[in-house]
Design a protein around this ligand. Structure first.
Ligand code: RB5
Length: 154
């Protein structure tokens, strides 16, 4: 599987380690930046990862910022992206299995590097169950997106 990997300056210190973990698990990385610890804006990198997934250049994504919050909020603005901040391994795999989470967000200032490695391993090896109740909920998420795009919330 191909994983789009993006971060802001708050997540940059973790990015190379995350990339190595993804590759060691037998997957590919599509690096969406940033490429230094210079201050940048996290929405730009959430956008790049989202665009990469929607363009089918990657199947899933991993986003890193200081807390994981800003970059997950930004990613979830993109229809078709289901991003979650996960700082425990149960959520990192269950989010895929039940919710078809396609972007894992980690706060590099919140969890240590070894915890982040375990989160990434749990996420990359997880699969959506395709069970009826989860498909039903996924379809409801898609309906929310369609209704919002159609202006039904305004
Ligand atoms: C950057 O300083 C920081 O605000 C950002 O990485 C993130 O934590 C936002 O949610």
């Amino acid at each position: 599987m191909r994983f789009a990997l993006g971060c802001d300056h708050g997540g940059f210190s973790l990015k190379q380690r995350v990339a190595a973990v993804v590759i060691a698990a037998g997957h590919e990385v599509v690096d969406c930046g940033t490429d230094s610890d210079c201050s940048v804006d996290y929405p730009d990198f959430a956008r790049k990862v989202g665009e990469t997934i929607l363009a089918h250049r990657a199947e899933r994504g991993i986003l890193l910022c200081g807390s994981g919050v800003g970059i997950s909020v930004a990613a979830n603005k993109i229809p078709g992206i289901r991003a979650g901040v996960c700082h425990d391994t149960y959520s990192a795999h269950q989010g895929v299995e039940h919710d078809d989470m396609n972007v894992l967000c980690i706060g590099a200032r919140i969890v240590g590097e070894e915890v982040a490695v375990e989160l990434v391993r749990a996420f990359v090896s997880a699969k959506f169950t395709n069970e009826e109740r989860h498909l039903r909920r996924l379809n409801k998420l898609r309906q929310i997106e369609q209704d919002a795009l159609a202006g039904k919330f305004s």
